[in-house]
Design a protein around this ligand. Structure first.
Ligand code: 1GP
Length: 252
């Protein structure tokens, strides 16, 4: 039987294998650029395409995913900024609860309203504790979510938040400095969080160099997400993918 995406995440974590996810914002990516991204993604052995954005204006989500699926077998995971960003063409959904914030709408409110539609979508649902970490500049996600990000130098708060998320039943933790963050999440914070949880850890926001992607993996991130930097320079896919895949955590 085909492994679910979540089984892949946990299997890779067990083996200390790091994965690379390229984030595609359906609003920003043009049809031609998606074709190029998919081709380069296949060549570079990208593990996942995450699709979504804090603010998706154009109605191109379904079309974007169909275009990716028609061209490759790389799984497509929805990373939605709102409940309207659902597509039955994707493989799985990061079912996000903003556990770093204190906005009840994003912790549970919107989930209640959209639950029947999400259930009917038939998507693989992955409950995800979403933590926004201060990336040095106000990002769309902090404005839209109307909640402050977690301070970047407070690794202990991040650790306790992630631990609470896991004990509440979240299956993944996603730490995000926000799209285009000036300062990506520190390795010190990643290490602290990863040491205290047993579920897979996704890290993204402001990663622009292969070296940083590599160091994040070394520090304990299981999935590294890059969006903006690749949008600007497609050739980075190859370098960052190689860097992520060269990381191996020694498992005791
Ligand atoms: C943002 O984690 C993602 O939600 C990726 O961020 O676009 O800065 O790579 P970037």
């Amino acid at each position: 039987m085909k492994q679910s995406i979540y089984q892949q995440f946990t299997e890779h974590k067990k083996l200390g294998k790091k994965s690379f996810a390229v984030l595609i914002d359906p609003d920003k990516a043009e049809k031609k650029q998606i074709d190029q991204l998919v081709q380069l993604g296949q060549e570079a052995k990208v593990d996942y395409f995450f699709v979504g954005g804090s603010l998706v204006i154009a109605d191109s989500l379904d079309a974007t995913i169909q275009q990716i699926k028609a061209a490759c077998d790389i799984p497509v995971v929805l990373f939605p900024g709102s409940p309207s960003q659902l597509s039955k063409y994707a493989d799985a959904l990061l079912y996000l609860s903003l556990i770093s914030g204190r906005n009840p709408e994003l912790l549970i409110g919107q989930h209640v309203l959209s639950a029947p539609i999400v259930k009917k979508s038939g998507l693989e649902i992955m409950p995800t504790g979403y933590m926004v970490i201060d990336g040095g500049a106000p990002t769309t996600v902090s404005y839209i979510s109307n909640s402050s990000p977690l301070p970047s130098d407070k690794a202990d708060i991040a650790m306790c938040t992630a631990m609470a998320g896991e004990m509440l039943g979240m299956k993944l933790i996603y730490m995000d400095a926000g799209s285009g963050a000036r300062r990506p999440i520190s390795e010190q914070m990643i290490e602290k969080v990863s040491k205290h949880i047993s579920i897979p850890l996704i890290v993204g926001g402001g990663i622009t160099e292969p070296e940083k992607a590599y160091l994040n993996g070394k520090a304990g991130a299981d999935v590294i997400v890059v969006g903006n930097a690749i949008e600007k320079d497609l050739s980075l896919i190859k370098e960052i993918s190689a860097a992520v895949h060269s990381t191996a955590t020694i498992k005791a």
